[in-house]
Ligand binder design. Structure first.
Ligand SMILES: NC(=O)c1ccc[n+]([C@@H]2O[C@H](COP(=O)([O-])OP(=O)(O)OC[C@H]3O[C@@H](n4cnc5c(N)ncnc54)[C@H](OP(=O)(O)O)[C@@H]3O)[C@@H](O)[C@H]2O)c1
Length: 285
């Protein structure tokens, strides 16, 4: 029986990246739908849950993607609402690679040093990757702040993650590199999750920072988020800090994404969001 993955994307066009990884993760056929919303997803879910016998349902799965994590979260809610009894299929949420990227980065940081009780700052943490990275760091026991160029965007991000995961995050307004440098002054951990090709910190902001133990940077498009780091860094030591670059932990991110796709086809009742994807990441580091 063919393994079918329905790629439900909240953007107009289903992401090519997610389709490629879906095949590499073991799907035999990927059916992409763009512009999917809670209002129009119903028939797609019904088509997935009513078509195959109970023992065969594990061969159908759903993947939710798109650039808007909040829209993805709402779509996952709507999908789950359609499930009842054994009329369900496995589903994964990874809008903009948010869960797999954050999980891979935080798993590498956790491997390098304990996170419990540490002060962590997620720079430009209002995007999909930053929101999830903040959640995972907080769930590992760190005290986590999110910076944004706008206080209200930082507050909205913290509030949204509190509503979904019950974590307390602290919003910080940091309008430029100087302000972000000040925001990390007494931090132990920095995770830079700014948009591609946006430098968030100069090297002078972190090189002589005595509290700082570890840094990760998700941005692989020059200029990098953290000046003086290298995208290939795999736990490299720089000025006494452990550094993970975007490609350095990106290998795990891709392997994790593929492993999650494979997991969807093991049974028909798996739901993979931040917590579950992070648990899988921890088994792979
Ligand atoms: N390594 C990997 O495997 C992997 C996988 C997926 C994504 N990524 C990378 O991970 C990073 C985060 O992805 P994402 O989708 O979460 O990012 P995003 O939504 O594109 O951007 C994150 C935040 O960056 C801030 N920002 C945008 N332009 C800025 C500017 N000119 N100056 C300062 N801040 C700016 C914005 O925050 P405010 O407006 O609130 O300030 C925005 O919310 C990206 O660099 C992406 O390419 C890496």
């Amino acid at each position: 029986m063919k393994k079918l993955l329905f790629q439900l994307d909240t953007d107009a066009h289903p992401a090519a990246f997610d389709a490629v990884v879906a095949y590499d993760g073991g799907a035999d056929h990927v059916i992409g739908h763009g512009g999917v919303t809670p209002d129009n997803v119903g028939p797609l879910v019904e088509g997935a849950i009513f078509t195959r016998a109970p023992k065969d349902k594990k061969n159908t799965a759903l993947f939710i993607g798109g650039s808007d994590l909040m829209a993805g979260q709402e779509l996952l809610k709507a999908v789950k609402k359609k499930f009842f009894a054994d009329f369900r299929v496995s589903v994964m949420l990874d809008s903009n690679g948010s869960n797999t990227t954050a999980a891979a980065g935080v798993a590498k940081l956790a491997l390098s040093r304990a996170l419990q009780g540490k002060k962590a700052v997620v720079l430009a943490g209002t995007g999909p990757v930053g929101k999830r990275a903040a959640v995972l760091l907080a769930r590992e026991g760190a005290r986590v702040s999110i910076t944004s160029r706008s206080l209200s965007r930082a507050e909205q991000a913290c509030q949204a993650m509190k509503e979904r995961f019950g974590v307390e995050l602290t919003p910080i307004e940091a309008v430029d590199n100087e302000a972000r440098g000040a925001a990390i002054r007494d931090a132990h951990i920095v995770f830079a999750t700014g948009a591609a090709a946006v430098k968030l910190l100069e090297s002078r902001h972190w090189r002589n920072n005595r509290t700082l133990e570890m840094m990760a940077d998700a941005n692989a498009t020059p200029p990098l988020g953290i000046d003086g780091a290298d995208m290939m860094d795999r736990g490299a030591e720089r000025d006494g800090k452990i550094v993970w670059g975007a490609i350095g932990f990106g290998t795990l991110k891709l392997a994790l994404h593929r492993a999650c796709i494979a997991k969807l086809f093991e049974s028909n009742d798996v739901i993979l969001d931040a917590e579950e994807i992070f648990a899988i990441a921890k088994t792979m580091v």
